[in-house]
Design a protein around this ligand. Structure first.
Ligand code: GLA
Length: 699
């Protein structure tokens, strides 16, 4: 809800309020929802909505451009404020959607006639506020845009900053540090949102926590600067690293949308972010649908498969109760390892036994859906595509390009290349009639170049090309379930999630390692988007072994799949998997769409998912470490109804007890089954894991 009273504008969500003073371009307040007091009486603390050179503000600016006369300074003065009933689209870029009102603010530099527009959307049913900006060149000469951040939030006080960092197979590890005095930067320079630093960050103090994210999959930058005047400025937007955009006369530059949210603590912030992503980012048929249990052949076969092998895995998948069979890398061109064929999206008839269409029909005849892997933005030098169109590859003329995973990238900033990708990938989906597509992206950018594209525009033009392509393909196949992937979860961001309803969280499928990766991911993203698979032991990434039960329990935090050769398992293991899948399907609505909380204790970690009415919940508790003499592990649950009594049982066991929701949340309870001394003595170093099922007792 947005209310305007003269120059004072109040944006309310159910739990938060943002107060803006339009004429002075200030935030007067952002935090917990205010009562009905006079907002005009809130004293100014000098917290600005945007910043640029030309004032005595020497904090990092949200806007930086060089005008035709060579100056950097601008004097942007208030021009007008409007409340829009429809949220404006951002041309060429994905953005959030839904019912709500948008505030548009316009500031003009009288000398140059350059205008800055700021947009703030308050949705009817979300505590997240979407913010974006646009620069319009109304001057008579071109302007060089060096930076346009999507969001600026000035705060007062001391803060710590939480980021989610990592690398391949260790995505989104939570790090928290004092913002201190000076500038802290979280960013990506590798052309994609990256494994290294996710764009979701938190800025915390003793009163609450602000969460920020960017609806963008390319180079991003979040700065938190604590000035010596006690003000902390948060900026979120496209990274200005190697960015230099020539803005022609009369044209606009649209910064991608950023989002912000305030909550009293991190658990509440995550719930708000989850609800926002589920309701205002993910779209289409799969938005609220239960996601299928899949079996993927990647870790089961890697590149070494034929039709018989694939169909035997599919048959075992069907027998175990899975619903979707996914054929991963290696089905096209002559790809038998990662050195060839990217770009040659035609069937390897030998490996698929007659091609995708016939394989897909056979899989469907078994009663399974069929899914396919593609990596559309890439090209192998050993490919017919490269031989025919070497200039489709992203590389600098006269230089040897850097190969990563033995491959080059396509120059997606070029419309001809975009059209090639749309045509060939649509053909793959159409001819296999695929129900699911895994869209992979396995390397970062190094040789950014496209003929006729200024170097300073390349990264962003790539993103515009990428979005044009995914938009066309996903629109053409509205019923297909798309899962994003980037060497695991390297491009798991809000931009991708506007097109892909789910995302492969990490190539690391080790249960212990997954706990931290999934927990880190869950701060900003809901479990409904996190692909989580049970794989073979010893684990292919770490060599560690964990019980099948532990692997299943951990995977239940996200969208369950199995990624192993089921035909190599024993009868008992296959029976256990069948019972896991049947349990998961029965409880899938709760697991996938319930309220998700992280659980953390001494040496324990896990999660609980609570139904919206709080009458049911499933908790997974993992004991990560055990030393002789350690006391029995304890845990506090979250999200339950404190006034209700719950019947608590262990999934694989006969222990049942009735316990109050208040006790479960307030007392450190040694939960049974998790720890038994005899088992601990035989402990192999794997995690000990238990799943607890809670049902509210009717009184
Ligand atoms: C990436 C993905 C994996 C798998 C391989 C195939 O690493 O993250 O899941 O699809 O590519 O080459």
């Amino acid at each position: 809800m947005i209310k305007k009273k003269g120059q004072y504008i109040r944006l309310d969500t159910a739990a938060t309020t943002l107060v803006i003073r339009a004429d002075t371009a200030e935030y007067l307040y952002y935090g917990q929802r205010l009562g009905g007091g006079d907002i005009a009486a809130i004293p100014s603390a000098g917290k600005k909505l945007f910043s640029c050179p030309g004032t005595n503000d020497y904090t990092e600016y949200s806007l930086l451009f060089e005008s035709a006369d060579g100056g950097f300074a601008a004097d942007l003065q208030f021009s007008k404020a409007r409340v829009l009933a429809e949220k404006p689209e951002i041309p060429g870029l994905p953005s959030s959607y839904g019912d709500g009102k948008t505030l548009e603010l316009k500031y003009v530099d009288a000398a140059s006639r350059l205008s800055l527009f700021l947009y703030y959307t308050a949705f009817d049913n979300s505590d997240v506020i979407a913010v974006s900006s646009k620069l319009v060149n109304g001057t008579r000469k071109p302007v060089r845009l060096r930076r346009l951040m999507s969001l600026q939030l000035d705060l007062t006080g001391d803060y710590s900053v939480v980021t989610f960092d990592g690398g391949w197979a260790r995505e989104r590890q939570r790090h928290e540090r004092d913002a201190g005095c000076g500038i802290f930067v979280n960013d990506s320079k590798s052309g994609y949102s990256s494994h290294a630093h996710n764009p979701f960050i938190e800025v915390k103090n003793e009163y609450g926590v602000y969460g920020f994210n960017l609806v963008y999959s390319g180079n991003h930058k979040e700065t938190v600067e604590r000035g010596t005047d006690g003000r902390t400025r948060v900026l979120v937007g496209i990274n200005d690293y190697m960015f230099d955009w020539a803005l022609p006369v009369g044209e606009s530059f649209y910064a991608p949308e950023a989002v912000m949210c305030w909550a009293p603590d991190e658990d509440a912030l995550s719930l708000r972010m989850h609800a926002f992503v589920g309701e205002h980012i993910v779209r289409g048929k799969w938005k609220r649908r239960e996601r299928p249990v899949l079996v993927n052949n990647w870790e089961g076969t890697y590149f070494d498969f034929n039709e018989e092998k694939l169909l035997s895995i599919a048959a075992a998948a069907k027998e175990a109760g899975a619903e979707l069979f996914v054929l991963d890398d290696g089905w096209f061109g002559h790809r038998n390892d990662d050195t060839s064929s990217l770009g040659d999206w035609y069937d390897n008839v030998e490996k698929t036994g007659g091609g995708l269409a016939s394989l897909a029909d056979k899989v469907r005849a078994m009663g399974l859906s069929f899914g396919i892997w593609v990596e559309p933005e890439m090209i192998s030098e050993d490919s017919d595509l490269y031989r025919a169109h070497p200039n489709y590859a992203m590389k600098l003329p006269g230089r040897k390009p850097v190969r990563l995973r033995n491959q080059l990238m396509l120059n997606m900033a070029d419309e001809r290349v975009q059209n090639f990708v749309v045509r060939t990938i649509c053909d793959v989906i159409a001819r296999s009639n695929a129900d699911y597509v895994k869209w992979d992206f396995n390397r970062s950018m190094t040789d950014c170049y496209g003929k006729g594209i200024p170097a300073g525009e390349y990264f962003h033009r790539y993103m515009l090309g990428y979005y044009r392509v995914v938009c066309k393909i996903t629109k053409r196949f509205p019923f297909v379930l798309f899962e994003g992937c980037a060497g695991g979860g390297g491009r798991l961001d809000l931009g991708s999630l506007c097109f892909f309803s789910q995302y492969w969280t990490s190539d690391n499928t080790d249960a212990r390692e997954r706990i931290a990766i999934q927990s880190g991911t869950s701060y900003g993203y809901p479990q409904t988007v996190m692909g989580a698979h049970v794989s073979a032991c010893p684990n292919h990434q770490t060599g560690a072994s964990n019980s099948l039960e532990a692997r299943f329990n951990v995977a239940c935090e996200g969208l369950l799949g199995y990624e192993l050769d089921l035909t190599k398992l024993s009868e008992e293991e296959r029976a256990e998997i069948a019972s896991q899948i049947s349990f998961y399907k029965e409880n899938r609505k709760l697991l996938q769409f319930g309220d998700h909380y992280r659980l953390q204790g001494k040496n324990t970690a896990g999660f609980i998912t609570v139904s919206k009415d709080r009458n049911g919940a499933i908790a997974v508790v993992n004991l990560l470490e055990w030393h002789p003499g350690d006391p029995a592990p304890c845990i506090r649950l979250k999200g339950l109804n404190p006034a209700a009594n719950y019947e608590v049982s262990v999934r694989e066991g006969d222990w049942v007890r009735c316990i109050g929701g208040d006790v479960l949340m307030q007392a450190d309870i040694p939960l049974p089954g998790l720890f038994d001394f005899e088992a601990a003595k035989r402990w192999s170093g794997g995690i000990m894991s238990r799943m607890y099922i809670l049902r509210r007792q009717r009184s």
